[in-house]
Design a protein around this ligand. Structure first.
Ligand code: SF4
Ligand code: SF4
Ligand code: SF4
Length: 985
């Protein structure tokens, strides 16, 4: 099916001109425009063998399509409508253009294109009025005209009037198609409609035949979806590539075998034709930029060029494509396997020996200086840039790795990971970290080489023991305290390793996780696959990924990506800036999987910073500051030191926990109080009427949603709210009150509106019970179940409604716990109880509003969902503290080398060794800057997490105040001149 280039170019240009002669234009979506405009704007892009992509292929479906079209073209006298029916993205528009192009020229002297969207804006111009003839009046008598009808799937309309007009236009178009008639308002009569109609619709042919009976004289062409034309995809893609390649200065580009496979594996379910256009457009663009870098790049589209557009490309930079050299680096066995074995492990052993055998104080021991003044600030600074990469070069695990290899060589059968690890690992890590921080304080580890080495060996033994019992890195994934800290801070990282699920469709080897790919045959480390046992294409955040790049090296399709992204992207808050100053299109719901104990680690880390200033704290409280330096002994001074250390470590966590526990009942009480004190009690009555009429209606969920979303675009406009009020028989005088209460929100979804209405209803009910009882709310809060999801209640309802009848049966409801919606699974008995409480209408099934009510009464949002908002502040406090130490002491490492090895040097030589010590004001300036930035980021993140979890201003405000107190105390201590000496003692 090849068409001469010049002719096609002329046709496209002609089509454009014809279109511009009318008030309407072709409403093409953005993706489609990529391909079409590339072709239309560059007539030189055509070559004599450009086929019509959508007609390509050797499947029976493709052959039938071509045959049907040929029959139309073979019958030049036929003027009956041609209706292309098929799912979205099947290429109907492209076919319509091809049909028009080859219709007899007498029929296409004039071509008009009309889309529904444009149509409703110009209805009078199209249909005419009693005083003016319309476009159809003019067209109806022109037998030399073709009318192409497109875009009838668009949904959003701005008013009820527009909805009615859309209905009116559809009726007119239906009559034209089914009866070949047009009712002229201007002439007040029905007339024959002579133009040839080429229409594209998702409606089945029955829709038209039902309206017209068997007499309908139209040609229907069923256009199969891309999914049904899998075997044609290669040919379609090849034709599209031909159409596009010159746009990017490329010639003779082909699809590689693997690239073709990736297209074949993909599920083209959403908008196939446009999606393929987009993939090829972006793929060729990538290839063109790659060719600029790499003169040896092939002329073929490889898997890495395709199906990579799941990310919001505006905020992610794909480093492996932008800097192709990086991939070569990653494929080297020195990244990271050989490095671990041949460099990290020997250095680690040497450092431990120095710590054990060398002088015991930092002033004399370079290794001790480097560990405390170098490693700590270093790792804190790495988190924002490369997340958890420390865990890839970590000596503890390097030794664990070697131990695991020895064990397997000796025939030890490594076990699968036990289920308790995920449940209890974080609590274990929290407990161990608490103990380590206590140990560090009470035994003054920063000034004790041997004990510092013991700390390293302790963590190493955890890694070794687990590595010789369990496969991969169980210790690192769930139990290591340092790993737990790294996991938390890595979620803030501005780089990520990520795979888009679509890129993995059809992959049966999963070498990314299992390893063993021929691409890494020379690299023992990468051969193991993902040692953290992660399915990279299912990662929600960067907490567990240690950026070892094994998946990148293993995947033969080159699916995993290494991206640059804004800090905070895992939380959907780019750059951790307040959401009010961010573009909403870059924001998303937080993806981070939270855990109570890991949140606790953030808190004790914050406490560990305070603990370094214990002498200052004691002085300020009028106590003896020397208690802070009391070493281990069986006396009261040490007991006091121990208790103080325990309390200070727990202080930030305790403070935020108490604040949160108080804020929850306070928040609900404030809302109830607000409803009690409302100056217009009629508002309360209105919300009650509204909610109860929604509940009592007892309709299925789709009917309930349809009432509020009449144009079916998924969002609720003001006019739709008003229409819903009418349908629910809400008295008109209550409209204004309800609008006031519900507020205006651009693009609000039906489900979030339902949530808002229901929340208000509950507050009103509480208010009418007459009491604001903090104690009762607190008791409720304690008995509530933690929720594990950020879905709205309507979304959960839809997912549970497996038979899709719009109601939840008992079985569907009971599945809730199994499907993981509660943090702590509920027993069947508990769920049964909930079900009977929920079934207020008593008919053995729940409608949407009954379901929402019971959830509202029984679930709470755990503190950790908000507590992760403290993360930037904890990072800032630790960084400010350790940077201070680093700026004071790291520059003295070299000068401490001779004493480390007990080598005598002259004073003159000592003086010639470089020493860098920053002055106090520079240290303060750095500390203040880090603290301020992290404080702002913390408040912004907390606000975002509160919004994501539908938590109100009281609870957010409480945490913001707690964070302000924490930041102020930390800064006060850091900036106290007498504290700096003791803190780094
Ligand atoms: S989790 Fe712990 S042991 Fe494992 S690599 Fe990270 S720091 Fe090392
Ligand atoms: S990332 Fe893994 S699952 Fe995806 S294609 Fe590569 S090997 Fe297969
Ligand atoms: S997901 Fe990839 S980069 Fe991340 S830990 Fe696993 S193998 Fe390494």
């Amino acid at each position: 099916m090849a068409v001469a280039a010049g002719k096609r170019a002329a046709a496209l240009i002609a089509a454009t001109l014809f279109t511009s002669t009318t008030a309407f234009h072709i409403a093409k979506n953005q993706l489609d425009a990529g391909l079409r405009s590339a072709a239309a704007n560059d007539s030189s892009a055509f070559s004599s063998d450009i086929p019509t992509p959508i007609l390509e292929g050797g499947s029976t479906k493709a052959i039938r399509l071509r045959k049907q079209l040929q029959e139309i073209w073979n019958d030049p006298t036929n003027t009956s409508p041609i209706i292309l029916t098929g799912p979205k993205g099947s290429g109907k528009s492209e076919l319509a253009e091809e049909i028009v192009y080859q219709l007899p020229s007498w029929q296409t002297k004039i071509v008009h294109r009309l889309t529904l969207d444009d149509g409703i804006d110009f209805l009078d111009t199209i249909l005419g009025t009693a005083s003016h003839p319309g476009l159809f009046d003019d067209l109806s008598v022109q037998a030399n005209t073709t009318l192409v009808l497109k875009g009838f799937q668009s949904q959003h309309v701005d008013s009820k009037d527009s909805l009615d007009r859309r209905g009116e236009l559809i009726d007119v178009l239906d009559t034209m198609v089914t009866k070949g008639q047009f009712y002229s308002t201007y002439e007040n009569s029905t007339k024959a409609f002579l133009p040839r109609i080429v229409g594209c619709t998702q409606r089945p042919p029955q829709y038209f035949t039902e309206r017209c009976g068997k007499h309908l004289n139209a040609t229907f062409i069923k256009v199969p979806s891309f999914e049904q034309r899998k075997s044609d995809i290669q040919a379609i893609a090849a034709a599209k590539i031909k159409l596009l390649e010159r746009k990017f200065g490329l010639t003779n580009i082909e699809l590689s075998k693997e690239g073709r496979q990736r297209l074949l594996d993909h599920r083209w379910e959403v908008d196939g034709d446009s999606e393929l256009d987009s993939e090829l457009y972006n793929g060729l663009q990538l290839l063109a930029s790659e060719k600029k870098w790499n003169p040896f790049a092939t002329d073929s589209l490889e898997p890495r060029h395709l199906l990579v557009n799941a990310y919001d490309e505006t905020i992610r930079k794909r480093l492996l494509y932008d800097i192709p050299f990086l991939r070569n680096v990653i494929m080297s066995p020195w990244v990271f396997g050989n490095t671990l074995t041949y460099i990290v492990t020997p250095v680690f052993i040497l450092v431990n020996l120095i710590l054990f055998l060398g002088p015991q104080t930092r002033e004399e021991n370079a290794a001790l200086t480097f560990f405390w003044a170098g490693w700590w600030p270093g790792i804190m600074l790495v988190f924002p840039f490369l997340g958890r990469i420390w865990c890839t070069v970590c000596p503890f695990m390097a030794v664990g790795n070697i131990a695991q290899e020895i064990a397997t060589n000796m025939g030890v059968q490594l076990k699968k990971w036990p289920s308790w690890a995920k449940e209890s690992g974080p609590a274990f890590a929290f407990g161990l970290f608490y103990a380590i921080l206590m140990w560090e304080e009470l035994w003054d580890l920063p000034q004790n080489g041997a004990l510092s080495a013991c700390l390293l060996i302790l963590i190493t033994s955890g890694a070794v023991v687990n590595s010789v019992i369990y496969e991969k890195r169980l210790w690192c994934r769930y139990m290591c305290p340092i790993g737990a800290m790294n996991k938390m801070f890595a979620t803030l990282s501005m780089t990520e390793v990520r795979t888009f699920k679509s890129n993995c469709e059809g992959c049966t080897t999963a070498e990314c996780i299992n390893g063993g790919s021929p691409t890494v045959a020379h690299d023992n480390y990468a051969l193991k696959g993902c040692t953290m046992d992660l399915k990279n294409n299912q990662l929600r955040d960067m907490g567990d990924c240690v950026m070892c790049m094994s998946c990148v090296a293993n995947c033969q399709r080159e699916s995993p990506e290494f991206n640059l992204r804004p800090l905070g992207q895992d939380y959907g808050l780019p750059w951790l800036l307040p959401k009010s100053i961010q573009s909403s299109e870059n924001m998303a719901l937080s993806q981070v999987e939270t855990n109570f104990w890991l949140g606790g680690i953030v808190c004790i880390l914050q406490g560990s910073v305070l603990l370094h200033y214990l002498p200052k704290i004691l002085t300020d409280f009028g106590m003896d500051p020397t208690i802070a330096t009391v070493g281990p002994a069986l006396d009261t001074a040490f007991a006091t030191h121990t208790m103080l250390a325990f309390a200070i470590l727990g202080f930030p966590g305790g403070l935020s926990f108490i604040a949160d526990t108080a804020a929850v009942p306070l928040e609900s009480s404030v809302k109830v109080l607000k409803r009690q004190l409302t100056r217009t009690p009629a508002e309360n009555a209105a919300i009650k009427t509204l909610y109860e009429s929604m509940l009592q209606q007892n309709v299925d969920v789709s009917a309930a949603i349809k009432e509020w979303d009449q144009d079916g675009d998924g969002t609720v406009s003001d006019w739709e709210v008003k229409e819903a009020f009418k349908l629910l028989d809400i008295p008109e005088y209550e409209y204004g009150l309800l609008f006031n209460l519900l507020g205006k929100e651009e693009g609000r979804t039906v489900s979030s509106l339902f949530d808002d209405i229901q929340e208000l209803y509950f507050d009103v009910q509480e208010a009418q019970r007459g009491s604001v009882s903090l104690a009762a709310t607190f008791k409720n809060q304690m008995s509530e179940n933690d929720f594990e999801t950020k879905l709205t209640f309507v979304e959960i309802f839809n997912r549970l409604d497996k038979d899709g009848n719009g109601f939840l049966s008992k079985d569907e409801f009971l599945a809730m716990s199994k499907e993981g919606y509660f943090k702590k699974p509920l027993s069947e008995e508990e769920l049964n109880d909930l079900f009977y409480q929920a079934d207020v209408l008593g008919i053995g099934r729940l409608n949407l509003f009954e379901f929402m009510s019971i959830l509202r009464k029984n679930v709470k949002i755990g503190i950790q969902e908000i507590g992760y908002g403290y993360l930037p502040l904890a990072w800032g406090s630790l960084t400010a503290y350790w940077l201070g130490l680093g700026m004071q002491e790291l520059g003295l490492t070299l000068v401490r080398v001779p004493s480390t090895f007990n080598v005598w040097i002259s004073q003159g030589f000592r003086d010639s060794i470089p020493q860098y010590v920053f002055d106090t004001s520079t240290i303060y300036a750095v500390q203040v800057s880090v603290m301020l930035v992290s404080y702002i980021a913390s408040v912004a993140l907390t606000q975002k997490l509160c919004d994501d979890n539908r938590i109100g201003p009281v609870r957010f405000g409480t945490h913001a105040v707690t964070q302000s107190i924490g930041a102020a105390i930390t800064l006060y201590l850091m900036l106290s001149p007498e504290a700096i000496v003791s803190a780094y003692r």
